[in-house]
Write a protein that binds this ligand. Sequence first.
Ligand SMILES: Cc1cc2nc3c(=O)[nH]c(=O)nc-3n(C[C@H](O)[C@H](O)[C@H](O)COP(=O)(O)O)c2cc1C
Length: 215
Amino acid sequence: MKNNSSVFFRLACLLLLVFIAFMFYRFQKKEKEESSESISIHNNAALSVIHSRKSVRNFVPGKLVSEEDIQKIVRAGMAAPSGRDLRPWEIIVINDRMAMDTLATQLPYAKMLETATLAIVVCGDTARSPLWVYDCSAVTQNILLAAEALGLGAVWTAAHPYEDRMSAVANAVGLPASVLPLAVIPVGYPNGDFEPKEKYDETKVHFNRWTTNAK
Ligand SMILES: Cc1cc2nc3c(=O)[nH]c(=O)nc-3n(C[C@H](O)[C@H](O)[C@H](O)COP(=O)(O)O)c2cc1C
């Protein structure tokens, strides 16, 4: 009899522990979901990609991006909006190891080209639109999102507006005078763990008119 009640007591303790662990897991999960977004983003593919995107600056050396993925990335870039629909962009795809290494030596803020297996240079034809910087920025963001969606890593590195970086890129890829480089995007398979930053700040949101929100 005594044995039976001791077994029952142990079983009850075990069940209680399992219940507490389950509730703790549920609580943690809910907290995580609530802190990342007050609206659900994870059941929407586009929003999920937007919120997962992060700059990746280290890549698995030698792991090539497929031709098919390169096509998808470039197409996503050119799906960008542009002022008066002028589409003043030109895109240079670099997958030649020597060309990427040369560029890495000339661009101190794009050293990650050394491990990237692909670089996409987003350029704008200044003769086609005075809005080329905005249009090409939209192209660049689309490319970053496409890379994220395909399980790749990428980072926006600036060429424009830095004269030295722009002429280094222009010389490296042989651009004509009217075409200027906006960004060089090293792409590859992420090497390491990279997490997106939580940037939402409700004090920067103003409904209908400016409000001074205390931080
Ligand atoms: C216009 C612009 C220029 C940037 N230039 C560089 C750069 O030259 N080198 C670099 O490593 N990152 C560059 N970045 C990436 C930013 O450092 C990065 O987006 C920022 O730290 C936020 O991090 P996240 O992309 O992971 O959200 C640039 C980003 C933008 C939008």
